[in-house]
Design a protein around this ligand. Structure first.
Ligand SMILES: Cc1cc2nc3c(=O)[nH]c(=O)nc-3n(C[C@H](O)[C@H](O)[C@H](O)COP(=O)(O)O)c2cc1C
Length: 385
C-alpha cells in the first residue's frame, strides 16, 4: 500500500496521474471541447466566490451526512459517471465502486464504462450503486440495459441529456483515442513509459465497453463496436423519451446535463427526482457558462419542486461547500475521482475522497457552521456570487 500522507490535494493526484496513465487516456480526461473555455471556467468561477469567516462559534460535533434522492451519503458528493474509466487504471470502475462503498458515498457507472453492470455487482458484494444511461437508437438494447441495471441492484438512474451529439475535443482526435490503444509506434513508445498501467491491463480481461460488447446486435469485435457506438447516440432524443425511460425504469430518476432555466422547468415537470446542473465537465458546448454560474437561477426557478445538484470543476471541499451554499443539494466529481484512480487505483480514489471530505469539514467550521444541511448562501460574501 503506497504512503499517501504527502498527497495533500487533488492537484497532487492529477500530476501523478499524468505521469502514470497513457497520454491518450490522460488527455481524454483532462480536456474540454474546442477552446476549453467552459472547461476552465468550471474551475475558475469557483475561485471568484468568497466565504465569510466567522469566529467564536462552537464548532464541535460537525456533520457532513446528508441524502441525495433520499439515499444516505457521508457527504454531499457522488462519483460522476465517466466513460472509459477502466482505461485510466485496470478495472477502474470496480475500484471506484469499492472506494465509494467503503466511504459511504454513491458511485455512478457510465453506459460507456469498461467494467460492466454485472462486474460492479459481482465485485462489490451487490452493494447498491447508480447507473448513467445514454439513449441509443436501438431501443431494445436500452430496454435490456435497464433490466440489467435492475438485476445488478442499481438504485438510481441518471439519464444524460447533453451528449446526443459530440463536442469536439482536439486531443482525442490527435491521439487517435481507442480502447484498448491501437499498437501504433507512437502508442507503443508511450506505453513503454507506463509499466504499472501495462501490468494492470495485462492482468485483466476487461479492456472494452463492458455494457455493450456481447449485448448489442451486430457487435462482435472491436471495430464493429466502435462503429456501433458512433452511430447509436440518438440525436432525436426528446422529452417523450424521458417519459418512456421514467416508466420503464420505475425508480429514482436523475436528469443530467441541465444548464438552462427553461429546461430545468421541463425537467421538474417531467416528474424526475433530481436534475444535475452540468455542462458535461466542459466537454460539450464550449461557450456555455460554468455550472456554478448557472446554478443559482436554476435553484431559484425549480429548487422547491425538484432536487437540484451540480457538477463541473469541483477540485476541493471548498468547491463543494460553495455549491451547497448556492443551493445544490448534492455534487458529483468527475476528474477529481479520475485523477485519484489514475494515480493510485482504489487507494487514490479513497485519498481523493478523504481530501475533499476534510477540506469540506474544516471550511464549513471556519464559516461558523456545524451541519451541512444548515449551509446556505449566508456563508458567502455578498457581491461575490
Ligand atoms: C473522462 C470523462 C468521461 C466522461 N464520461 C461521461 C459519461 O460517460 N456519461 C456522462 O453522463 N458523463 C460523462 N462525463 C461527465 C461527468 O459525468 C461529469 O459531468 C463531469 O466530469 C463533471 O466535471 P468535473 O470532471 O470537472 O468534475 C465524463 C467526464 C469525463 C472527465
Amino acid at each position: 500500500m503506497p504512503d499517501l500522507s504527502k498527497i495533500t490535494n487533488i492537484e497532487d493526484l492529477r500530476v501523478i496521474a499524468k505521469r502514470r496513465v497513457p497520454k491518450m487516456f490522460y488527455d481524454y480526461a483532462d480536456s474540454g471541447a474546442w477552446t476549453e473555455g467552459t472547461y476552465r471556467a468550471n474551475e475558475s468561477d469557483f475561485q471568484k466566490i468568497k466565504l465569510r469567516q466567522r469566529v467564536a462559534v462552537n464548532m464541535e460535533g460537525r456533520s457532513l451526512r446528508t441524502t441525495m434522492v433520499g439515499q444516505e451519503t457521508a457527504m454531499p458528493v457522488a462519483i460522476a459517471p465517466t466513460g472509459l474509466t477502466g482505461m485510466q487504471h485496470a478495472d477502474g470502475e470496480i475500484l471506484g465502486a469499492r472506494a465509494a462503498k467503503a466511504f459511504g458515498i454513491p458511485f455512478t457507472l457510465s453506459t460507456m464504462s469498461i467494467c460492466s453492470l454485472e462486474d460492479i455487482a459481482e465485485n462489490t458484494g451487490r452493494h447498491p450503486f447508480w447507473f448513467q444511461l445514454y439513449v441509443m437508437r436501438d431501443r431494445d438494447f436500452i430496454e435490456r440495459l435497464i433490466e440489467r441495471a435492475k438485476a445488478a441492484n442499481v438504485t438510481a438512474l441518471q439519464l444524460t441529456l447533453d451528449l446526443q451529439i459530440l463536442g469536439q475535443r482536439h486531443k482525442d482526435i490527435k491521439n487517435g483515442l481507442t480502447a484498448p490503444p491501437k499498437p501504433t509506434l507512437k502508442n507503443l513508445i508511450n506505453l513503454a513509459t507506463k509499466p504499472r498501467w501495462c501490468m494492470g491491463m495485462l492482468g485483466t480481461k476487461r479492456r472494452t465497453f463492458g455494457n455493450i460488447a456481447g449485448h448489442a446486435k451486430g457487435v462482435k469485435d472491436l471495430s464493429s463496436l466502435s462503429s456501433w457506438t458512433a452511430e447509436q447516440f440518438d440525436p432525436a432524443l426528446s422529452w417523450a423519451d424521458v417519459e418512456w425511460i421514467k416508466k420503464l425504469w420505475g425508480g429514482k430518476l436523475i436528469l443530467k446535463g441541465i444548464m438552462d432555466v427553461e429546461d430545468a422547468r421541463l425537467a421538474a415537470s417531467s416528474g424526475a427526482d433530481a436534475l444535475i446542473v452540468s455542462n458535461h465537465g466542459g466537454r460539450q458546448l464550449d461557450g456555455a457558462p460554468s455550472s456554478i454560474a448557472a446554478l443559482p437561477a436554476i435553484v431559484d426557478a425549480v429548487g422547491s419542486e425538484i432536487e437540484v445538484w451540480m457538477d463541473g470543476g469541483i477540485r476541493s471541499g471548498q468547491d463543494v461547500l460553495k455549491a451547497r451554499a448556492l443551493g445544490a443539494r448534492g455534487t458529483l466529481i468527475g476528474r477529481s475521482f479520475l485523477y485519484g484512480l489514475g494515480a493510485f487505483g482504489q487507494e487514490g480514489v479513497t485519498r481523493a475522497l478523504q481530501i475533499i471530505q476534510k477540506e469540506l469539514d474544516i471550511t464549513m467550521a471556519f464559516c461558523g457552521r456545524t451541519n451541512i444541511d444548515e449551509v446556505d448562501s449566508s456563508i458567502l460574501l455578498p457581491g461575490t456570487f
